[in-house]
Design a protein around this ligand. Structure first.
Ligand code: GLY
Ligand code: MN
Ligand code: MN
Length: 423
């Protein structure tokens, strides 16, 4: 298990911030993701819980971490020769303490006894509600063990995910480096798929090309199941069957990103199967591209997070009127939300350890303002089922001092560049 200086430095800083927030009487407990069975004794590839990774860097199941009174207590499985013969090395508490710089490390079987002692002098307990199975287990355990009145259990349990997401929302310079790399790899994969595409092959052939390229550049996992959707399949927003023959004169929408060192990229490009946009496809594509480039201008420090979405929607409303797709005024299309028939999703989300990363978009019903170090996707689209066309253009944007930085700029999106690559 290798951990770089920059990564370790991030873990130290994060733990310090969390311990400071907890003060002397709050307790935070996080449990590692459990392994999940795929079928009959075979598990899915293991993926650590993002909050757990953010504060520990530890990548095994059956482990836990407790933050309490300025100290980090870590719990994992002890070394076990027979287990390791079948399943690979366990780090064990002693090595874990040294490598990951925990104050204390114990065998996981000690977790309940230790927590019982800690919670006697804790007023608040932070638990991760976002991981349901683990939350239920630890919540039941805490409730069983809390002393005092019947309702004290509910009053003193707080959401750890909300707490940690405040920090996860702003990326460190090392996180930005990793996300950039994730974006670069995904960009190469999209270019490879554009080059490979021709009418008559299967959507799945392009999925293969994408995943092969991810793997070639050390990104072994996807950050979500790729969407490779041709023609009207692109109007199904979460299409993942990716198993249709690609027809001539259709547009292919590929939404795919990789996971590199646990960090996601998330890119969508839409391009013609035969390398040449028809004039109608050009009209719709240009409109989505215009919505994206106008929205990008709003992704500046200090702007409300709602502004770039509102701008994209406004451009799309104007375009739907100009192209006579909706024969109403732009104001009416906007006010009566008639655009929703063609553009029915948000324009972006936070990106980080999770592809739909944590972070609040509103506080007390008011949109938050953009801050330096946020990474957000920008992904307007238009979907016209009756015309067999769905187009989305999605880039990953770093909010920075000198304006937005497009981390996925290497994948072409102008009509001329796309036609050049695809032909
Ligand atoms: N690929 C998931 C999304 O764009 O939100
Ligand atoms: Mn996205
Ligand atoms: Mn996407």
């Amino acid at each position: 298990m290798k951990i770089s200086k920059a990564e370790m430095n991030d873990f130290r800083i994060r733990r310090k911030k969390i311990l400071k927030h907890l003060g002397s009487s709050s307790l935070l407990i996080l449990i590692a993701s459990s392994e999940k069975e795929r079928n009959n004794g075979i598990n899915y590839s293991y993926r650590q819980n993002s909050n757990f990774h953010y504060l520990t860097g530890f990548n095994e199941p059956l482990s836990a971490v407790v933050f309490f009174k300025s100290e980090v207590h870590f719990f994992c499985r002890k070394k076990n020769k027979e287990y390791e013969q079948w399943n690979g090395k366990l780090i064990g508490p002693s090595m874990a303490k040294t490598i990951f710089e925990f104050n204390y490390a114990y065998d996981i079987s000690k977790l309940e006894d230790k927590v019982k002692i800690f919670i006697r002098s804790a007023n608040k307990v932070y638990l991760d509600y976002s991981d349901n199975d683990n939350f239920k287990y630890i919540n039941n355990f805490i409730v069983r063990n809390l002393t005092g009145g019947k309702n004290r259990s509910l009053e003193c349990i707080y959401d750890a995910n909300l707490l940690i997401s405040q920090y996860r929302q702003i990326k460190s310079s090392n996180e930005i480096k990793i996300i950039k790399k994730s974006c670069e790899i995904a960009s190469l994969a999209h270019i490879a798929a554009m080059k490979k595409c021709k009418p008559g092959i299967n959507e799945f052939d392009l999925e293969n090309e994408i995943c092969y390229t991810f793997g070639n550049y050390n990104a072994r996992y996807n950050s979500y199941p790729p969407i490779v959707a041709s023609g009207k399949n692109a109007c199904i927003l979460h299409y993942t069957s990716n198993n249709d023959i690609i027809k001539n004169n259709t547009i292919i929408l590929i939404d795919a990103g990789c996971e590199y060192k646990m960090y996601a990229s998330d890119i969508t490009r839409s391009f013609p199967a035969n390398g040449k946009f028809t004039s109608f496809q050009k009209d719709i594509y240009s409109l989505v591209l215009r919505a994206q480039s106008e929205a990008l201008k709003k992704m500046k420090i200090g702007n409300f997070i709602s502004e770039f979405h509102n701008t994209a929607v406004k451009v799309i409303c104007d375009g739907l009127r100009d192209l006579k797709i909706i024969k109403k005024s732009s104001d009416e299309i906007l006010e009566k939300k008639l655009y929703l028939k063609y553009y029915m999703h948000g324009t972006g989300h936070f990106l980080g350890l999770d592809v739909h990363d944590v972070g609040m978009y509103t506080i007390n019903d008011k949109p938050i303002r953009l801050k330096k170090g946020m990474v957000i996707t920008l992904e307007p689209g238009i979907y016209m089922n009756q015309k067999n066309i769905g187009i989305r253009i999605e880039d990953d944007i770093l909010i920075d001092n000198n304006g937005p930085v497009v981390l996925t700029k290497d994948v072409p999106k102008s009509i001329s560049k796309i036609e050049e690559i695809c032909s």
